[in-house]
Design a protein around this ligand. Structure first.
Ligand code: ARG
Ligand code: ZN
Length: 854
């Protein structure tokens, strides 16, 4: 029997948007900090909003103890509910004053004001400000803030410009989600920057004492970001100080609070000994991302949370452009597409598929997704491809000029481009309003006097969207024949379900066998189905002048080889091995690109590839086939791997920059294959000789994979006091475990004294080590992996719903699998659903994943 079930929370709908009844002229906040009893006083001047018809005065507020409330100096008695308060107010400007008490120490959800290692910090996006004081906590209510902080702690920070000790004023009107406060015993790594128009800016990265020597890279990335945004988008910084704070307990990557970015320490702190090249690349990208939000997000914000992609898709696109400029553009593009396919295509193919601009939600935190962020960025990239760089820039400039200081919609954004281009973008807008990954099918033939290429699009049904309209798909393509490019790079706009392109034979050289290179640069986030023969794919691996498609040709050849292997054809075509070796030897190519060419599709990609090929994926077979193919590559190419391992030895003192990181990537890829082919000796030596974390982790992973008995203990002995490094230790032992051992190892690690499950980084490291990085372990036929995850989701949900909800997406692919596994997963979803006091966050995720089976 079930206890009385609370009513299901009502979804919020885009269609129901109405403006708030009041505007705010100024907000004054004063904080008296105390770990368990912080007092927050607010003084807010409101006036009626002439553009609103509904004058109900409702302020959000959750978990607050109201001490006093006054309107125009008179005590008032508002009506309190679980979600806020309502009061009768004059039909004229008035001042609202309130005092509330909150308990930061008890805040384990890490939303609102909370404590992390003795430091006070805040996270208000999306709806955390209502846990700090009563306020219209919605992004379209913007106001200048003044903040006073009373505390004995030495460092007291908030948004804007400093006015005195613990006193801050932010002149730029902002929504409450951009509010931030930090107080603690912190030290700064400082620098200065002069904007293009000559304004000086103090830059500080605040960390706990002892970490100040790990900030140099983040600071360098910040300065490069500031310069880049001036040069590429004409955007300058607009305050006298820019602060970044690193905190250890943080639900997400980082947060763009105005003038006071707060970061998960994992995306700030780096030294060669403790951070890998990947970590450095993330730091650079995330520092840039949060900085770029100063214009795309802060100066121009979102009208409502349905418009989240307005700031996130655009800002991800901008940080990807930045990284492409700082590093190798081709390698960055391939990396972005790998991520998009691994996370967003997966989401789009399952029960959690949603529009880039969703139309309803129960808990907005559940929509900080790969679709909103990464597909949202692809949509901006397509806009730029379709309009060209000049019109793209002109449209952005118009957007910045016209909407500075406003809270906007996707319609506002698109209107700027329609205007500068004199073009109707209503079909393009479907990228925001239709979910699902379109399938782009190509076929070609010689027909009478022409060579013809037919492109067809099919947008699959997704939850709530059975039928789709044709999208506007930018397709960059070229034609190859016998090693020569016979039609150069061309942009085709596919705007109908099907379209046939024709090239008169008389304009082409005599044809032998045409190989189209379609979707160059991955010009649209679609699944390409092009019937190239295996041999044609191998040829394009060497011929294609577009680096993305050159890589893609190899990728599709590998995928085909692996799917055949999974089906029982247990061999690797010599032609593929030969092409891999040609690529590995090619000194003219970036070593990072050569390493990417050698990477096999992940087990999760292969599970989807099985589904696409009409077979039910078996995680064990996939694991075995993938390992067998890696082993074949390793033994066949061992001599070349050895040569490249030696050739990629360090060529100078350590630097985290892209050229050196590329050499380490290729060298460590070779190491991993050599360890498979020849045993652990080389990896042991690499481990012992490692002078940086990239090499140490590469050797550590290789040794774990071949089952070195004492490497984990050695690593732990060296790093047990470094939180960020120990996250890697927790993750890799699980991700590298054999399928039968993965769950027992994960379970054992949850009993380790350093397994602090309330720390999101630590919890995610261990869980994702299983669910994302070890599919054969997670999908163990016993159901032990599912049970393990469900137990932890139920537990963590009680303290940190956001983190539990996010981790639950490990179950989103359940319909791919066999009936037994489906039943096991559904059983766990039901069990979670029935758990007492389930959060709105996790509850919504489970309901959506169960779909029609709920
Ligand atoms: N706006 C932040 C970023 O993209 C993400 C913060 C999201 N936080 C959350 N709890 N939903 O940089
Ligand atoms: Zn962002």
């Amino acid at each position: 029997m079930k206890d009385a079930v609370p009513p299901a929370p009502q979804p919020v709908r885009l269609a129901d948007y109405t403006p708030f009844g009041f505007l705010i002229d100024a907000v004054h906040l004063s904080f008296t900090l105390h770990p368990t009893a912080t007092r927050v006083k607010s003084r807010i001047t409101f006036r009626p909003n002439p553009d609103a018809s509904d004058r109900r005065f409702f302020l959000h507020g959750e978990g607050l103890t109201l001490i006093s409330a006054r309107i125009d100096g008179q005590d008032c008695a508002p009506t309190l509910t679980d979600t806020g308060l309502e009061a009768a107010v004059p039909d004229a400007p008035f001042t609202w004053e309130a005092e509330v008490e909150i308990n930061p120490e008890a805040n384990t959800a890490l939303e609102g004001l909370y404590m992390s290692n003795g430091m006070y910090c805040t996270q208000c996006e999306a709806e955390g400000f209502r846990k700090i004081t009563y306020y219209p906590d919605r992004p379209d209510v913007m106001a200048p803030f003044t903040v006073a902080i009373d505390s004995d702690l030495p460092v007291l920070l908030s948004n804007g410009d400093p006015q005195g000790p613990g006193l801050w004023h932010d002149p730029w009107p902002k929504p409450a989600y951009l509010f931030a406060l930090v107080a603690g015993d912190l030290v700064a790594h400082s620098d200065t920057f002069t904007t293009a128009s000559g304004a000086p800016v103090d830059l500080n990265i605040w960390v706990r004492p002892g970490d100040e020597d790990k900030c140099a890279y983040a600071m360098d990335a910040l300065k490069r970001s500031m310069r880049w945004d001036e040069r590429e988008y004409g955007r300058e910084y607009d305050l006298s100080v820019f602060n970044i704070v690193a905190v250890d307990d943080f639900n997400m990557g980082a947060m763009e609070n105005k003038g006071l970015n707060i970061f998960n320490s994992k995306y700030v702190l780096a030294s060669p000994e403790t951070a890998t090249d990947r970590d450095y690349a993330f730091i650079e990208a995330i520092v840039a991302h949060e900085y770029f939000h100063n214009w795309t997000g802060n100066r121009i914000t979102c009208r409502d949370w349905f418009q989240l992609c307005l700031k996130e898709g655009l800002t991800v696109f901008r940080d990807q452009q930045f990284s492409a400029d700082m590093r190798s553009a081709a390698v960055e593009r391939i990396g972005n597409v790998l991520q998009l396919r691994a996370r967003q295509f997966r989401e789009d193919a399952g029960p959690l598929a949603h529009n880039v601009r969703p139309e309803s939600y129960v808990e907005i935190n559940n929509f900080y997704t790969a679709t909103v962020y990464e597909k949202g960025a692809e949509v901006i990239g397509m806009l730029r491809t379709i309009l060209g760089e000049d019109l793209y820039r002109a449209g952005c400039n118009l957007y910045f000029d016209r909407h500075d200081g406003q809270a906007c919609t996707i319609e506002d954004w698109l209107a700027c481009f329609e205007e500068v281009a004199g073009q109707d973008l209503s079909q393009f807008k479907r990228w925001y309003t239709q979910a699902g990954t379109p399938v782009l099918s190509a076929s070609w033939a010689v027909e009478a006097e022409d060579f013809t290429l037919t492109l067809r699009q099919d947008v699959p049904p997704t939850p709530g969207q059975p039928l789709k309209e044709p999208m506007l798909i930018p397709v960059r393509l070229a034609l190859y024949d016998s090693g020569a490019e016979i039609v150069p790079d061309t942009l085709v706009l596919l705007d109908s379900p099907e379209m046939t392109l024709r090239w008169p034979l008389k304009d082409l050289p005599p044809l032998a066998e045409v190989a189209p290179s379609i979707l160059r640069g991955f010009s649209a986030p679609v699944i390409l189905d092009a019937p190239l023969r295996f041999g044609q794919r191998l040829a394009l691996m060497a011929e294609d002048s577009d680096p993305f498609n050159r890589w893609e040709a190899g990728r599709s050849a590998m995928r085909e080889t692996l799917v055949n292997h999974i089906k029982g054809q247990k061999f690797v075509p010599p032609g593929l091995l030969a092409m891999l070796e040609v690529n590995l030897r090619d000194k003219s190519l970036d070593p990072a690109f050569r390493a990417l060419m050698l990477a096999l599709p992940s087990e999760d990609d292969l599970a989807q590839a099985c589904v696409d090929a009409g077979i039910v994926p078996d995680p064990d077979t996939i694991h075995d086939s993938r390992r067998a193919v890696r082993h074949d590559i390793a033994t066949t190419m061992a001599a070349e791997f050895r040569r490249q391992f030696d050739a990629m030895a360090p060529d100078g003192p350590y630097s985290p920059d892209a050229p050196q990181a590329a050499r380490r990537t290729l060298r460590n890829t070779c190491l991993s294959y050599l360890t498979l082919a020849e045993g652990p000796a080389l990896a042991r030596a690499h481990y012992d000789g490692a002078t940086n974390m990239t090499d140490q982790i590469a050797a550590f992973s290789a040794l774990l994979e071949v089952g070195d008995p004492d490497i984990a203990a050695r690593f732990e002995g060296q790093w047990r006091d470094d939180r960020l490094v120990m996250d890697k230790w927790f993750m890799l032992q699980v991700s590298e475990a054999a399928p039968d051992a993965a769950v027992p190892i994960a379970e054992g690690l949850t009993r380790h004294p350093l397994f602090d499950w309330k720390n999101p980084n630590r919890f995610r490291a261990l869980m994702a080590g299983l669910t994302a990085a070890n599919p054969a372990g997670f999908h163990h036929r016993s159901g032990a992996g599912y049970r393990f995850l469900a137990d932890w989701l139920i537990r963590v949900d009680q303290t940190n719903p956001q983190t539990a909800a996010r981790m639950s997406t490990a179950f989103e692919t359940w319909r791919r699998y066999d009936a037994d596994r489906q039943a096991l997963i559904l059983g766990e979803l039901e069990r979670i659903s029935a758990a007492p006091s389930l959060s709105r966050d996790l509850g919504e995720m489970i309901d959506r994943m169960r779909g029609d089976d709920a």
